[in-house]
Design a protein around this ligand. Structure first.
Ligand SMILES: Nc1nc2c(ncn2[C@@H]2O[C@H](COP(=O)(O)OP(=O)(O)OP(=O)(O)O)[C@@H](O)[C@H]2O)c(=O)[nH]1
Ligand SMILES: [Mg+2]
Length: 330
């Protein structure tokens, strides 16, 4: 529960970050990430000031060059005189510390630029799901008046699809020679991407990868926006200016085109559903692990007296009836 000290603190930090104070922004991000009462108050206070930034999700398999691309995009945005906030999601695996360090080095020239703000985020902090945290942090950057917010995330699972929902425009990064990869994208991320990029186009097979993506897109069912497929060399910056042009074009599509209203409604609904799924998942697991019924069902399943699916349904039914009486705490 929040108290008056939390409220005063939240009000102060919110005002400071809205006026562009970077230290207040960093503190606010930490409070929001840790899901503290002050952090929740800040999220509520700043929300009316959001909606101005261009939110871009950069996703794709590990090592496709997302961070390098984020650096190149940031440089291009700075050339266009726009400020940029970057959220780099650390998948918090034991292997990722090197990656984050590498990102820091790759972005060194950017970190001394006051028009750039870089924040690494652990994917599983106190606030349960990655999507909840990334959305909340991206709102803070939006409120702090960054023109562009980039969220980099490794495209592997549900979390990343949800992050994609937080962004207005999602860029899917693939590589040449990653045919299987391209095939496996079909099911998940492909549907949430509005721009496809074949990065490392300096390597052999880039045109084949583009052709593969094109044939996958041909059978997919898109609305009024057909995702363009671009080639980039993130390490040299080739193709990045066109990528930024296309990002801007999509931003216009979702903000001022004839389709903007419908896009806004669809996006709002996707966001609510993605977050609801994340919140429900977290709450269900938290409550289920403390439930006596789980103990009982576990014993039954362990001796094959009951099948796991029936047990799961029974557990969820029991949780649901306990929720219907209780008031939502979040
Ligand atoms: N040849 C070539 N190499 C590239 C290009 N872009 C990035 N790389 C290299 O690919 C490697 C991975 O790049 P990162 O930017 O760290 O890739 P990432 O997708 O962010 O990786 P994770 O965050 O670990 O998933 C690095 O060695 C980059 O130098 C490119 O356009 N061409
Ligand atoms: Mg990276």
């Amino acid at each position: 529960m929040s108290n008056s000290t939390d409220l005063t603190r939240a009000e102060e930090l919110s005002e400071q970050l809205l006026s562009g104070d970077r230290r207040a922004l960093s503190r606010a991000i930490s409070l929001v990430e840790a899901d503290t009462p002050a952090g929740r108050l800040i999220s509520g206070l700043i929300y009316p000031h959001t909606g101005k930034a261009q939110i871009i999700g950069i996703t794709g398999s590990a090592g496709t060059g997302k961070s390098t691309l984020v650096g190149s995009i940031a440089r291009e945005e700075r050339k266009r005189d726009r400020s940029i906030g970057i959220i780099a999601v650390d998948p918090s695996s034991p292997f990722s510390h090197g990656a984050i360090l590498g990102d820091r080095i790759r972005m060194q020239d950017l970190t001394s630029d006051s028009g750039v703000f870089l924040r690494s985020m652990a994917s599983r902090g106190n606030l349960g799901g990655l999507s909840e945290t990334a959305t909340a942090v991206s709102d803070l950057l939006d409120a702090a008046n960054f023109d562009v917010v980039l969220i980099e995330t490794v495209g592997a699972g549900q979390d990343e699809v949800e992050v994609a929902n937080a962004a207005g425009t999602t860029v899917l990064v693939a590589n040449p020679g990653a045919g299987d990869d391209v095939q496996s994208m079909k099911a998940g991320l492909m549907e949430v991407a509005q721009i496809m990029v074949v990065n490392k186009a300096d390597l052999a097979g880039a045109d084949t990868a583009v052709a593969q993506l094109r044939s996958l897109l041909a059978i997919a069912n898109f609305g009024a926006w057909t995702p363009p497929i671009l080639k980039t060399v993130a390490s040299s910056g080739d193709g990045v200016s066109e990528l930024v042009d296309r990002m801007d074009e999509h931003q216009r599509f979702i903000t001022v085109s004839d389709h903007a209203n419908q896009e806004r409604i669809d996006h709002a609904q996707r966001q609510i559903l993605a977050l609801a799924r994340a919140v429900m998942h977290r709450q269900t697991l938290a409550e289920a692990t403390e439930s006596l019924l789980l103990d009982m069902l576990t014993k039954q399943v362990a001796v094959r007296a009951k099948d796991p699916r029936s047990a799961a349904i029974e557990l969820v039914d029991s949780l649901r009836s306990s929720w219907s009486g209780a008031q939502s705490s979040k």
